[in-house]
Design a protein around this ligand. Structure first.
Ligand code: ATP
Ligand code: MG
Length: 439
């Protein structure tokens, strides 16, 4: 039988789709050679595709020609196999394929820069250098299958809640908050910057009457130091909502996180299994502690902190031992939050702000925003920023700006915390950090 004829008669299947109903039938599989074991009289190969692994079993008596081909195929070559499905309790997944055709479509070089079968452990840097191979590992691929679900859940949830998805520019003329974390770029005869956050644009959109917007997009931060939770290019999930306050958007945020967990538990059982993670959907509502309470808790644990300071990493570790897994720190000192955060009217040194935490990891920051023109200009000046360079932004506050609130949630950090990954780079296909610009 010619292969073209076979193709039309034989159904293509993924490894995971093979079941009892295929027993004794012919199937067509495409994939990569994960492993070959030669026992002389019989050769076993493991075929891997995006859904899993299946054993190819070729006894010598089946076809001396086929066994020769399978024996000499290099690991990680791309192959096409047509064969008969047989139940085999000892094979992974309970089925094996007895091949009739075995074609090497694209042969892999040897030796491999990275062992996909993970017999030899590799450092994260080596893995990231050979990321296309690293991603062939089911455990690694599972991370990105779950990331896909996470983003899909976010999009569905926010759409169902009436938020409209927008895209704001990433090449900008001013910093969001001033500061040093900016990447300058050359923009024809001018200097421009990569956007640190969609903050200013999503606020301007509140003046359009769209009322509820969200964006899932890149943010760029020239973080000088390599840490396990910072990247220079990250994906941020941002919302902005009119006619509400910080508490209103905190409720959206906690329900969103709850929904993401629930969807992953419901739809990603296999992938959680590949990674070896068991998930519990966090209960609502999340605990809320004030900044003042958090400072007291940290002090009680023997960590040093002065009112008005941001929490250090050891302080956050100490705090996370005292509270639930997910919690909000609310009502921060106005001084350490950005100029666009709304102070309490009766207590202007405190602001209507919050951070969402997962243990000691910051997942999101948000606030009710300043929507009053005069106050906004004053606050800009107080932070040493020049209102003139924010003209496009502040002019939107002069002609009817509703009160509004919003937050920015790090997508990479959210995934990192859901899957308990030790390094944010694990949650990103091609991460960018202080030293990594390729692949
Ligand atoms: P951190 O204090 O952890 O550096 P931040 O307070 O500077 O974060 P925000 O400006 O509040 O960050 O940004 C909102 C969210 O975006 C953060 O809570 C985080 O989840 C994510 N985020 C910010 N900067 C980075 C980064 N460099 N790498 C990855 N995620 C980031
Ligand atoms: Mg923050």
């Amino acid at each position: 039988m010619k292969s073209a004829e076979m193709e039309s008669e034989v159904k293509r299947k993924y490894t995971s789709e093979i079941g009892e109903e295929d027993s004794g039938k012919q199937v067509l599989l495409y994939g990569w050679i994960h492993e070959v074991r030669d026992l002389g009289g019989v050769v076993f190969a493991l075929l891997r595709d995006r859904e899993g692994l299946i054993q190819i079993t070729c006894p010598k008596k089946r076809s001396p020609e086929l066994i020769k081909k399978i024996r000499k195929v290099r690991r990680e070559s791309v192959v096409r196999i047509v064969g008969e499905v047989k139940a085999e309790p000892k094979a992974p997944g309970g089925f094996e394929i007895l091949p009739n055709e075995f074609e090497v479509i694209s042969e892999a070089d040897a030796p491999l820069p990275l062992d996909v079968a993970e017999k030899v452990p590799a450092e994260l840097d080596t893995r990231l250098d050979a990321r296309f191979l690293d991603l062939r590992k089911p455990r690694v691929q599972a991370i990105f299958r779950i990331r896909h679900q996470m983003i899909q859940s976010v999009r569905s949830f926010l759409s169902e809640e009436g938020f409209i998805e927008v895209h704001t520019p990433k090449i900008v003329s001013t910093a969001t908050e001033g500061g040093t974390e900016l990447f300058p770029i050359s923009y024809f005869e001018r200097e421009a910057f990569l956007n640190q956050s969609p903050q200013l644009y999503k606020q301007v959109l509140m003046a359009t009457g769209l009322e509820k917007v969200f964006e899932i997009g890149p943010i760029f931060r020239a973080e000088e130091h390599n840490t396990v939770r910072h990247l220079n290019e990250a994906i941020s999930i941002d919302i902005e909502q009119s006619f509400t306050d910080h508490e209103g958007v905190m409720r959206v945020l906690e329900r969103l996180v709850n929904r993401v967990y629930a969807d992953i538990v419901k739809n990603c059982e296999r992938y959680l299994d590949w990674i070896g993670v068991e998930l519990e959907v966090p209960k609502l509502p999340f605990q809320r502690i004030t900044y003042d309470e958090a400072v007291e808790m940290v002090k009680k644990k023997g960590e040093e902190i002065t009112w008005g300071d941001d929490f250090s990493t050891p302080a956050l570790k100490a705090l996370s031992e005292e509270v639930n897994e997910h919690y909000f720190i609310v009502d921060w000192p106005t001084e350490i939050k950005p100029f666009y955060a709304m102070p309490y009217e009766n207590e202007p040194e405190i602001s209507k702000t919050f951070d969402l935490m997962a243990g000691s990891l910051e997942l999101a920051s948000g606030a009710q925003r300043v929507h009053i023109y005069d106050l906004l200009v004053r606050k800009l000046r107080e932070k040493g920023l020049n209102p003139d360079s924010f003209e496009f932004y502040i002019s939107a506050f002069r002609y009817g700006m509703p009160p509004h609130a919003g937050w920015g949630l790090g997508a990479d950090r959210l995934l990192m915390s859901i899957l308990n990954l030790k390094n944010i780079r694990e949650a990103v296909i091609f991460p960018r950090d202080r030293t990594r610009l390729t692949p």
